[in-house]
Design a protein around this ligand. Structure first.
Ligand code: ACO
Ligand code: ZN
Length: 223
């Protein structure tokens, strides 16, 4: 409800520079009609995508004062699968990932963090893996901001190490970051990925991490 109104309010007064929308987080130029159109489209799709209406059968695997984590498995009802696909599309879009087909779609586990405001504000997609490659220490050369390709080119060891669980996506809504949502998603994953055991941080691996992902993973794995 009220997406249109919100859009007008969020865009604020006539603004000729770059604006960040306070509800969807997109940065755009409000004076540029093409940009505005693109924002309007993204805005709508994004808010629809993160909307969570509640399901008759939902698998709540953790509850917190500010929300809950719901686990979606491959054979769940189509409304749950559809929501996961919608969210993954938003996440891939933001990460600049091409649509990647999971290697074993029937073993994927998706954890959604649902906020009190009934929005999907966090998402973690995990799949079983056999091995991973350790990221070697960061190159010391200064990095040029804004070039993702450059940031992603971490050097990895050639020696695979055994691993159990690969995190193919982890994402938290821009305005909900640094509230330990990602941490709680990974904690819950470790508890729920294999029945009856709590995975150690050595047994989980982050695939192709972004700069944010790498900072988070480094912090998470050391604490
Ligand atoms: N810079 C520095 N440290 C960070 C950052 C960051 N951007 N993000 C997390 N950390 C560290 C901090 O030490 C933090 O603790 P603190 O806030 O008490 O200092 C700790 O990690 C825990 O952080 P959380 O609050 O649990 O992380 P958050 O919920 O903000 O989510 C995430 C982190 C998922 C990386 C988020 O920034 C995000 O969605 N970014 C955009 C999408 C993205 O890049 N995802 C990773 C892709 S890689 C992959 O999917 C395998
Ligand atoms: Zn918007």
């Amino acid at each position: 409800k009220g997406t249109k109104n919100q859009f007008v309010i969020d865009a604020g007064q006539k603004n000729f520079g770059a604006t960040m929308c306070k509800s969807c987080g997109m940065i755009y130029t409000a004076s540029n009609p093409e940009d505005e159109l693109q924002h309007a489209q993204h805005h709508h799709r994004f808010l629809e995508g993160i909307k969570y209406t509640g399901w008759k059968r939902e698998r709540v695997v953790a509850e917190f004062w500010d929300g809950k984590i719901v686990l979606v498995l491959p054979h769940d009802p189509s409304y749950a699968i559809k929501k996961v696909e919608e969210v993954q599309e938003l996440v891939d879009n933001e990460l600049g990932f091409q649509q990647v087909v999971p290697r074993c779609p029937n073993k994927t586990k998706t954890f959604l963090f649902i906020s009190d405001e009934k929005k999907v504000v966090g998402c973690l997609i995990a799949e079983p893996i056999q091995q991973a490659f350790r990221v070697l220490s960061e190159p010391t050369s200064p990095e040029s901001p804004g070039s993702r390709e450059c940031h992603r080119a971490w050097r990895c060891s050639n020696e695979p190490v055994p691993a159990v669980c690969g995190i193919s996506r982890i994402w938290v809504f821009r305005f909900k970051r640094r509230k330990r949502i990602a941490r709680r998603l990974v904690d819950t994953l470790r508890n729920r990925f294999m029945f009856g055991c709590f995975l150690s941080t050595n047994e989980i691996a982050f695939s192709d991490p972004t700069p944010d992902g790498k900072l988070f993973a480094a912090k998470y794995c050391n604490t």
